[in-house]
Design a protein around this ligand. Structure first.
Ligand SMILES: *[C@@H]1O[C@H](CO)[C@@H](O)[C@H](O)[C@H]1NC(C)=O
Ligand SMILES: *[C@@H]1O[C@H](CO)[C@@H](O)[C@H](O)[C@H]1NC(C)=O
Length: 137
């Protein structure tokens, strides 16, 4: 009975955390990443907190290949102009928490990568830079 309860508890804990990815910071300045939530073949949510207010932002994705960032273009460069796509509205206010979201059900075949996401203001100052492994499918 105790063993069973313990196993259920472990399963519950693992299940509850299984979507949070480990991420590395690669030079965040005006914001910081709080968590990266990943649902395989579903979506990616990069939750971040703003340390300063910015009026507008661009988003860049790179694929890290042998330690080097290679271009891996996203459909839209302006992060706030496509609310339906990225789920962000500008301005992004100091202290606020936001999710940058990406639909992952768009690539065939399944595509694994170490990705780097960089959100910048329009003066090209980095808001956040975060990298982690995930996949499209
Ligand atoms: C962000 O800047 C772009 C390019 O100048 C512009 O088209 C867009 O309307 C701006 N978005 C916001 C939310 O201000
Ligand atoms: C961001 O999304 C995660 C789930 O992916 C959710 O737990 C969190 O509350 C969201 N944060 C904001 C600021 O919407």
């Amino acid at each position: 009975m105790y063993v069973r309860s313990f196993l259920l508890l472990v399963l519950w804990l693992v299940g509850a955390n299984s979507h949070l990815l480990k991420f590395e910071d690669c030079g965040s300045v005006k914001g910081r990443v709080v968590q990266v939530d990943f649902v395989p073949c579903g979506y990616l949510n990069i939750e971040f907190q703003m340390l300063e207010t910015v009026q507008n932002a661009t988003i860049l994705m790179n694929q890290i290949v042998e330690g080097k960032p290679e271009p891996a273009p996203l459909p839209y460069i302006y992060a706030c102009n496509q609310y339906d796509f990225y789920g962000l509205r500008c301005p992004l206010r100091a202290g606020g928490r936001y999710n940058f979201s990406l639909d992952l059900a768009q690539e065939e075949p399944e595509f694994h990568l170490k990705g780097r996401f960089t959100l910048k203001d329009l003066s090209a100052h980095v808001i956040f830079c975060s990298q982690f492994s995930f996949w499209f499918c």
